[in-house]
Design a protein around this ligand. Structure first.
Ligand code: AMP
Ligand code: ZN
Length: 430
């Protein structure tokens, strides 16, 4: 069952031809943007004959987007752009992304294609539990789900009890949430004496927008009795609808008819082989208002080798293991927050919310992992708590090679908002 069978099952040769043609078109379009005018002046768009020709083109970075803010990347007259979104980046100058009417139609279609692939069908009731502002997860998923033909509830974020009431009143079958919030909402169900498996009609959860481990996904699936589908996207590439899991849940098909994928070594910028983790670099292939060429996402993943049994030919990305700028260095060792999460989630006494704190209070760098316990840990004695903290510290050391301090805290005591979770707080002097 496909949304656009011809495109989703396109042969490698046909895909390469389509990508080459679209890449040439994209370069021609991009030349109209002030930012690319000089950079692409020596590039002959008509000489682009294969997707590999992208390797002759310059990269675009987040700093480039900031530097050209607000209009330097706009490649059409302002009157043709009908929407802008801005990245949620919490530091520095914001970045803006523009869309024409046609761009928005393409985007909605990609999201509809992704949702259909995940098992969503017309007739489903779809609750969109993410922010509706500049963040792309709100409107992006909303219009895609409408395009597919689902009944969409634009719930937005916040007010967990109301979210649960909506789910139950309208027989919601599909919900879109950030994974950390999905876990928090599961706790609210429990507080209310409700069991999502018994008391809702949920069957699919779309989770994305922030890094999470397979263990976190398993917890969501168990708590709700749903298939939790990984959705990857970023504002710079529209938002949701870049890569999505199919029903096989074995990696995320990246829509290669609309995005040209490279996985590169972040230092040498040489291509990585399938199976090797590198930085995802993407080029838009259909966006008119704001073409982006070789955009360095900073997200780390690998291309999974082999064909997918679902029949779609688009390459599959592994789970995003982190962002190259999420990595922190402690005592000379590189650590990714997801390594910590994977260890914590393996312990049944550990709850779903955690925070890694780095400081230099005692003179030397120190790492503290604060983790909420589960409700049933409330009955544990202080000796048992201590033993558990010790066990966690050793398990973390085996994974990250540094022994952190572990603090077990009561359920619900760490900050948790509806937006992307804060996982690392670095208070070391710079
Ligand atoms: P924004 O453009 O502000 O919505 O943020 C996009 C970023 O969120 C991406 O570059 C990733 O770092 C992260 N992200 C989005 N979806 C996922 C996902 N499914 N898994 C891991 N990280 C994700
Ligand atoms: Zn598949």
């Amino acid at each position: 069952m496909f949304w656009q069978k011809d495109l989703e099952t396109i042969s490698k040769n046909d895909l390469a031809a389509l990508q080459a043609q679209r890449l040439a078109q994209t370069v021609a379009w991009a030349k109209a943007a002030p930012f690319y005018k000089d950079r692409l002046s020596g590039v002959d768009a008509e000489a682009i004959k294969s997707p590999e020709d992208v390797r002759r083109l310059p990269f675009t970075t987040k700093d480039d987007l900031r530097g050209a803010f607000p209009f330097g990347h706009l490649a059409v007259p302002k009157s043709q752009a009908v929407r802008l979104h801005a990245s949620s980046g919490t530091t520095g100058t914001p970045t803006a992304v523009y869309h024409t009417k046609r761009d928005l139609q393409n985007w909605a279609n990609l999201v509809a294609r992704s949702l259909f692939m995940a098992g969503v069908r017309p007739g489903d009731v779809f609750q969109n539990v993410v922010g509706y502002g500049l963040f792309t997860g709100g409107l992006g998923m909303h219009y895609g789900a409408e395009r597919l033909g689902a009944l969409v509830i634009p719930a937005g974020t916040g007010n967990s009890r109301r979210q649960i009431a909506l789910m139950r009143q309208f027989g919601v079958s599909v919900a879109h949430l950030i994974p950390s919030y999905a876990l928090k909402l599961a706790a609210t169900f429990k507080e209310l004496g409700l069991d999502p498996k018994r008391d809702t009609k949920l069957k699919i959860m779309i989770i994305g927008a922030e890094p999470h481990t397979e263990e976190a996904r398993q917890r969501i699936q168990r708590a709700y009795g749903v298939r939790a589908v990984n959705s990857y996207g970023l504002s710079e590439m529209n938002g949701p609808g870049v890569a999505f899991e199919c029903a096989e849940q074995n990696g995320m098909h990246l829509w290669e008819d609309c995005f040209l994928l490279e996985v590169l070594d972040p230092e040498s910028l040489e291509p990585k082989a399938p199976g090797e983790v590198g930085e995802i670099v993407l080029t838009t292939l259909t966006r008119r208002a704001m073409p982006l060429i070789r955009y360095r996402t900073r997200d780390l993943a690998s291309v999974l080798p082999g064909a997918c049994p679902c029949g779609r030919s688009h390459q599959r990305l592994s789970r995003i293991s982190g962002r190259s700028d999420d990595m922190f260095i402690i005592k000379g060792v590189n650590v990714y927050p997801m390594q910590v999460e994977a260890v914590l989630m393996g312990f049944k006494e550990c709850g779903d919310n955690y925070l890694i704190e780095l400081d230099a209070a005692g003179g030397a760098d120190q790492m503290t992992v604060r983790i909420e316990t589960t409700e049933n840990a409330r009955t544990m004695s202080s000796d048992e708590f201590e033993r558990l903290a010790g066990k966690l510290a050793r398990a973390l050391r085996d994974e990250i090679l540094v022994t952190p301090r572990v603090e077990l805290v009561a359920p619900g005591s760490l900050p948790a908002g509806p937006g992307k979770a804060e996982r690392v707080r670095d208070q070391r002097p710079r």
